[in-house]
Design a protein around this ligand. Sequence first.
Ligand SMILES: *[C@@H]1O[C@H](CO)[C@@H](O)[C@H](O)[C@H]1NC(C)=O
Ligand SMILES: *[C@@H]1O[C@H](CO)[C@@H](O)[C@H](O)[C@H]1NC(C)=O
Length: 257
Amino acid sequence: MRSILFVFFTAITVTGKAIHAGVDEMYSDYLFGNEKPLDNEWITKHAIIGVPVPVENKTIAAGEDLILHCEIGGIPTPAVIWARNGEYLFSGKGNFINWEEKNLNQGREPTETGIMAVELTIPCAQPSDSGVYSCLANNLHHRIESTSHVVVEGPPKECPPKAPAAPKIVAWTESRAENQGLTATLVCISDVPAHWTWSFEGLEIVEQKGRYEIKEHGNLMIHNLVFSDLGTYYCTARNEFGNSTAETYLHVTRSHS
Ligand SMILES: *[C@@H]1O[C@H](CO)[C@@H](O)[C@H](O)[C@H]1NC(C)=O
Ligand SMILES: *[C@@H]1O[C@H](CO)[C@@H](O)[C@H](O)[C@H]1NC(C)=O
């Protein structure tokens, strides 16, 4: 348990900038929940947030795809969303505080340690897409952001007509640790509705009451964690035009008491 958490602590080197409340309070309830943290004493004492993979500055030519990637982790695992010039971007959805898991694990010493990855894609970017893009995270104890200065060099370019495409995974759990016996959610959110499948050790996961639950937006909830659940999980989102896959690592840990 200690050594695994240590790996997370060292991975979560704080390179982001602390966010002050008021970035855009108007949306904060919707984005991050307005309820008081249900987190227990252990989580409250160890709460941390950091940016293992900051979003990079980009200069691209008009007509190219703008792709921004960011990873933010912590205890508890944060909710992450994109903003451009201080305004939230709802197109990329992002992911929010997982109240369902918190409720299920309440009173049972969860670890809730994890790193979230988010990816923002703007196909055929134009000079008007230039700006300051931020990856914002909140775990109800701390907030942090990582910022990218994007320059799309003109002149504007005509874009090919938008063709139907395979879903893109825009937010996923990069890695997660949770204690045995508890519930862990592995996030896998795509830009358009999709059909999701999850696999572990080469086998497709089938829903099973009390063990595996695939939520309507693609997330996998694993209940009653056992040590043999530890390993790499793959999430695939597909539609009639193709599929995309994300990879996530789950550690199963021992309770800290
Ligand atoms: C990103 O760009 C901004 C503005 O040009 C600059 O201040 C900052 O140092 C750059 N960051 C990195 C990591 O290069
Ligand atoms: C995803 O697409 C590839 C082809 O690009 C196909 O070989 C593979 O079977 C698909 N996977 C799923 C789970 O649909």
